[in-house]
Write a protein that binds this ligand. Structure first.
Ligand code: DC
Length: 231
């Protein structure tokens, strides 16, 4: 009956949150979308003119504003989904835009932002029975997580998935534009100083370029069963 912590890291648009949500639902675990937390801080910066039209961030002003930024998750019993809340307001749609995508890497590279988000993530996940997805979960946030996955996928497949997600919300971009944006974000995430994206030594690599959602879920559930954890 042991409850575990599941850490899912990887590049942008590899399907981490799709897998994390499905796992959390299957196992009756909590799901923490840590990327949504950095996106929420980025949205706050955009809404409060801390990022200008040329996408220049006023880092010091954002650090001072951190005290006024409250990010939390609310589990909606009707929709059975976890909602991202910024200062009391659901911001799930507003954080999935190209403008946020293009600015989130520099916001998430700030030490003070990361310290605040990581403290929150550790607090939310302290009772285990939790699935977290992000970039530094297995290496930094929960280095003792019992199961660590590192997800990868072909950049073209990733760009197509993200493009479909955008167009389902009425936002239209070319494949090249989407691919460029996500490769830029990957580069920023792996090269930053604070907790860069890197694979934990004990992480299992999961390449889902050719895997369906169902197949990847069953693969990970089997991994968990093989770990002889009762779920
Ligand atoms: O998973 P995502 O694409 O929603 O994440 C948005 C950005 O947030 C990503 O470009 C890097 C950053 N991030 C991070 O630095 N650390 C995390 N644990 C999660 C996300």
């Amino acid at each position: 009956m042991q409850k575990i912590t599941i850490a899912i890291d990887g590049y942008s648009s590899c399907g981490k949150s799709t897998l994390a949500k499905a796992l959390a639902q299957r196992l009756h675990y909590n799901y923490i979308d840590t990327g949504a937390m950095y996106r929420a801080v980025t949205l706050y910066a955009l809404q409060n003119n801390l990022i200008d039209d040329a996408n220049t961030l006023n880092t010091q002003a954002l650090i001072l504003e951190l005290l006024n930024i409250e990010v939390e998750f609310y589990f909606n019993q009707h929709t059975k989904t976890s909602e991202t809340i910024l200062n009391g307001k659901n911001i799930d749609n507003e954080i999935r835009t190209m403008r946020v995508n293009d600015n989130v890497s520099k916001v998430s590279a700030i030490k003070e932002v990361r310290d605040k988000m990581v403290a929150l993530q550790r607090q939310m996940g302290k009772k285990k029975a939790v699935v977290l997805d992000g970039r530094d979960i297995g290496t930094h946030v929960f280095p003792k997580a019992e199961l660590k996955l590192f997800m990868i996928a072909d950049p073209e497949v990733r760009a197509k998935r993200r493009q479909d997600e955008f167009s389902s919300k009425g936002q239209y971009y070319s494949l090249a534009e989407v691919e460029m944006s996500l490769l830029k974000r990957d580069m920023a995430d792996i090269s930053r100083e604070e907790s860069p994206l890197t694979q934990a030594d004990d992480a299992i690599i999961l390449d889902n370029s050719d895997l369906s959602r169902e197949d990847q879920l069953e693969y990970v559930v089997k991994l968990i069963n093989d770990m002889q954890v009762m779920v």
